[in-house]
Design a protein around this ligand. Structure first.
Ligand code: GRF
Length: 200
């Protein structure tokens, strides 16, 4: 069975959705670890409640990004992690880190990539006035919100939408799409073909 580590810095609603999918055996994997960089993140309480081992690795406790990431990698190795799931982890992984786990790190982003990369995908799409936005799950490479797309789901923006109502619908999609993508990964149903991810 594959061991999964979720990386999160904040609320942790995706963490909870993934934990529930694993508990309900929709995904046959072991949620072995939560890696968090923020002592105030609500996700820490969610991990405690779900009885998932959590480690707090703060950037301020290390003199360099290299040392910080090496501490995380040590922890991942100790827990035999096969898949890293970024779920609102507010840090860019270095190329060295990405190389160490290439093809085994995935991320979720609240827009239809490559549109609206960055921290405010939902708001940026809303303010831009696009009629369709959505959610993307993708492999992580050394560039932000850039790696090969695994799954996408589109979502029309309605005229009566506010940022709040749009956010709520985006998160609902995320909580379904991320477990689906993780399931495909752990069942070995994803292959790379150039830049593309092929499902079979
Ligand atoms: C999600 O919108 C995700 O797409 C983005 O960060 C947010 C995390 O939310 N990468 P949560 O902490 O899982 O509730």
């Amino acid at each position: 069975m594959k061991n999964i580590a979720v990386f999160a810095s904040g609320r942790g609603s995706n963490f909870s959705a993934i934990a529930a999918a694993i508990k309900g055996k929709k995904i046959r994997a072991n949620l072995a670890l939560l890696v968090c960089d923020n002592p105030k993140a609500p996700v820490l309480k969610k991990a405690e409640k779900a009885k998932v081992k959590a480690v707090l690795v703060r950037r301020v406790d290390f003199s360099s990004k290299k040392d910080f990431e090496e501490a995380i990698i040590k922890c991942l190795k100790e827990n035999n992690i096969n898949l890293i799931v970024l779920a609102g982890y507010m840090r860019i992984l270095s190329p060295e880190f990405v190389n160490e786990y290439r093809g085994r790190i995935i991320n979720i982003h609240p827009s239809l990539l490559p549109a609206f990369k960055g921290e405010h995908g939902i708001k940026d799409a809303f303010v831009h006035g696009v009629k369709i936005t959505g959610v993307t799950v993708h492999f992580v490479d050394e560039h932000m919100d850039n790696g090969a797309v695994i799954l996408q789901q589109a979502l029309p923006i309605k005229e009566k939408d506010t940022i709040g109502s749009l956010e709520a619908r985006i998160h609902k999609i995320e909580h379904k799409l991320y477990p689906e993508a993780i399931k495909l990964f752990v069942e070995g149903k994803l292959r790379m073909k150039g830049r593309k991810v092929i499902r079979f």
